[in-house]
Design a protein around this ligand. Structure first.
Ligand code: COA
Length: 209
């Protein structure tokens, strides 16, 4: 088996994730993009279709990271590669602070300056972006994206596939449902039902899906 990592995605988010993987001592062999992707992502060659994945697996690659910002697509591609026999790895910045009592799933990105505090749970495929803080006992669901500079106080729950926009704040004990969008700069002070978009200070519902 080959130890190099295959990165699925070849955009800006992939660039950050490649550098996180390299900072952890990994070698990234290829990115897998789409026909519109550039030839290289940083200095990594880009294969321009998911159709390359079975051949890569056959060739002995088994470690993969899904570097796609869209929560739905990241989750879908993770299922696809796992079914092919790939194993999801984590991309965690050496400049992030992760409590030894926090629990982390697989396929997770934790960017520089992020802080994950005591007994927080970060589920598979989450992105904890640059400088975001997740305080004690928070439970972050599957394929959630916590954008840069968010601050989640203690005991906040965020449901599967939700997105918390850049610079948002969430007060303690709040429960956010599944597939929620929290707009940039919001301050969430009450629970949020699933499949809604909330914005503002304090955050209010603008859409229900
Ligand atoms: C919340 C969000 C998803 C809504 O996007 P949208 O569905 O395209 O909504 P619109 O831009 O049409 O805005 C709808 C209304 O909500 C308001 N609104 C949108 N985002 C807002 C925000 N973050 N805070 C306050 N009001 C906001 C708009 O002004 C508009 O109000 P109006 O109807 O009175 O004119 C988007 O504005 C947002 O905040 N995205 C976060 C992006 C981000 O953090 N990315 C990080 C990547 S790492």
């Amino acid at each position: 088996m080959k130890s190099e990592v295959i990165v699925v995605g070849a955009g800006g988010h992939a660039k950050v994730c490649i550098e996180l993987l390299q900072a952890q001592g990994n070698k990234v062999a290829y990115c897998v993009g789409n026909p519109d992707s550039p030839d290289k992502c940083l200095d990594i060659p880009v294969l321009k279709s998911d159709d390359h994945l079975p051949a890569l697996r056959k060739d002995g690659y088994e470690r993969v990271f899904i570097a796609i910002g869209s929560n739905l697509l990241r989750n879908k591609l993770a299922k696809k590669v796992t079914e092919m026999g790939f194993r999801l790895v984590n991309a965690i910045s050496p400049a992030a602070t992760v409590s030894p009592s926090a629990s982390l799933g697989v396929g997770i990105a934790v960017m520089a300056g992020a802080v994950i505090n005591a007994e927080a749970t970060i589920s598979d495929l989450c992105i904890v972006n640059t400088g975001a803080t997740i305080d004690h006992d928070c439970v972050i669901g599957l394929a959630v994206h916590i954008a840069p500079q968010c601050a989640l106080a203690g005991n906040v729950h965020v449901g599967n596939l939700s997105f918390v926009g850049v610079g948002s704040k969430i007060i303690p004990e709040i429960h956010i449902g599944e597939s929620v969008m929290v707009g940039a700069g919001s301050v969430v002070i009450s629970n949020v039902g699933s499949a809604t978009t909330v914005v503002g200070v304090p955050a209010k519902v603008i859409y229900k899906i």
